[in-house]
Design a protein around this ligand. Structure first.
Ligand SMILES: C[S@@+](CC[C@H](N)C(=O)[O-])C[C@H]1O[C@@H](n2cnc3c(N)ncnc32)[C@H](O)[C@@H]1O
Length: 471
């Protein structure tokens, strides 16, 4: 321990929270601050206003549980959720064979794979092109192994003969890879077939998958340079061949259950906020939207975007970031219309947003001074998605969402309860909110956050009041 920490601890100004982690007492006492409204208060209000107490649900919820699962492991997506969770929810929904399942924020296609495996027609929208590629390949169950193998062998043969081509536009590329790995990746990239056929897409995905393991980077979950831990995979050619071999084996496993598959699905690279799914075309929707002020997907997947040719400049990356649901790195111009806090999409936000703004002002040195506007836009972004899913659901259909709460600028934001309330404002009934996992705040490790499963339902007919009268 350094003399300064020693002194702070003796004075009672710092507390030890874990190995090497110290927290100023002032931070730890967050919940004692007079103006702090924490989870317990919001949970009570939720019971008062909606008559629903939070439940709990067990079982894995994060993508980690997919890492060894056939097909799901083809593109490890740290931000994804658990296939087991999706399978359980689909089971609970008791869908007919061929029913349509929608995931508006489909990511790498966890919901879509499970839906199709279980006999449903899977439909997803997603903006991040490498994730769209992953979801498309992972749901093309009928890809012949032999075609995949032949496509991969052609690629390897072409790459072995090629000379390394030009670097992608990312300024840090040379720092991100060893010279040997970089040369091999450039040769593989230049030998890639154009997108469009199932085997070409699968080969492109296998290439995408080896990028980060072959680099000096890792995602934990944000993209950053590795420190000390596992060294990068030395040989991109070998890593690519291993990825293809794994896919081949998984295709065989899949084929054994062919009779259970649902019809081919659809994954579209499209903004879920446009919410233009046809009315009453969906039997069940399940998703995990971005979290409040959470991941900057564009920053985190810029290497994949650039190397797979989905983005060719920083301007293209910025345009994609602006189309995604608001995250903390949104340019100020995008938050400008959300600086005012008077008319947010939910009355709770009319209390929360000014509190965030005030805390940022009090602190004086926060990362950005428009955090409240980012949060405002985040919820505003989800409003049309909820409305679109409501319209798309058949009466009685359910919409299940996994989302977390947040602590921002010393203000607690009950993202799960707010989303449930926005669902209710969009005309869906709140069936339940169940806590699935506890986690630590990135801002204050001593503060416990959670991830919850929200279940909403489209009313069968009429207004809730009319239905209550009929009962
Ligand atoms: C939490 S992830 C979903 C992961 C997914 N459940 C899985 O298992 O792979 C949220 C996704 O929403 C996507 N997204 C963000 N804004 C979007 C928008 N406006 N339209 C469509 N997708 C969007 C992100 O790119 C990200 O992949």
């Amino acid at each position: 321990m350094t003399p300064t920490l020693d002194l702070l601890e003796q004075r009672g100004d710092a507390v030890r929270m874990g190995r090497g982690l110290w927290v100023l007492r002032d931070f730890e006492r967050l919940v004692e601050r007079a103006d702090f409204v924490g989870p317990a208060e919001f949970d009570e209000r939720f019971v008062r206003e909606h008559g629903i107490a939070l439940g709990t649900v067990s079982g894995p919820i994060t993508f980690r549980s997919n890492e060894e699962l056939p097909v799901h492991r083809w593109w490890p997506y740290v931000q994804g959720y658990s296939a087991e969770f999706v399978a359980r929810e689909l089971g609970r929904a008791e869908l007919d064979r061929g029913a349509t399942v929608l995931d508006p924020f489909a990511g790498s296609g966890t919901s879509l794979v499970e839906a199709r495996r279980g006999g449903a027609r899977a439909w997803g929208t997603e903006l991040l092109a490498p994730a769209v590629l992953a979801a498309r390949v992972k749901t093309t169950f009928e890809l012949p192994r032999i075609e995949l193998r032949a496509g991969a062998e052609r690629l390897l043969a072409r790459a072995r003969r090629a000379r390394p081509g030009t670097l992608p536009f990312l300024r840090e590329t040379v720092r991100q890879f060893s010279p040997e790995a970089l040369a091999d990746l450039l040769r593989l990239r230049d030998a890639l077939p154009p997108e469009g056929t199932p085997s070409a897409d699968a080969v492109r995905l296998a290439f995408g998958r080896v990028l980060i393991p072959s680099s000096r980077l890792h995602r934990s979950p944000c993209l950053g340079y590795r420190r000390g831990a596992a060294p990068p995979e030395p040989r991109p050619f070998d890593a690519f061949a291993a990825a293809v071999a794994e896919m081949e084996g998984d295709l065989e496993t899949l084929a054994a259950a062919r009779s259970a598959w649902g019809p081919p699905g659809r994954i579209e690279r499209r903004d879920a906020r446009q919410g233009t799914w046809p009315a009453e075309s969906v039997d069940f929707a399940v998703t995990s939207p971005p979290y409040v002020n959470g991941m900057d997907y564009v920053m985190n997947y810029k290497v994949d975007l650039a190397w797979l040719g989905y983005a060719n400049s920083y301007a293209e990356l910025a345009a994609l970031r602006s189309a995604e649901v608001a995250c903390d790195n949104l340019p100020r111009a995008e938050t400008a219309p959300y600086l005012a806090t008077e008319t947010p999409p939910d009355p709770w936000l009319a209390e929360i947003l000014p509190r965030i703004r005030q805390n940022v002002r009090n602190k004086g040195t926060y990362r950005r001074d428009d955090v409240h506007a980012v949060v405002h836009r985040y919820f505003a972004d989800l409003v049309p998605v909820l409305a679109g899913v409501r319209r798309a659901l058949r009466p009685g259909g359910r919409f299940v969402l996994v989302v977390g709460d947040s602590l921002l600028a010393g203000t607690y934001v009950p993202g799960d309860l707010l989303l449930a309330r926005l669902g209710a404002r969009a005309g869906l009934e709140i069936v339940s909110v169940e806590v699935a996992r506890r986690r630590r705040s990135g801002q204050r490790r001593s503060f416990e956050l959670r991830e919850s499963v929200i279940t909403l339902a489209k009313p069968r007919s009429g207004s809730p009041r009319k239905r209550a009268a009929r009962r």
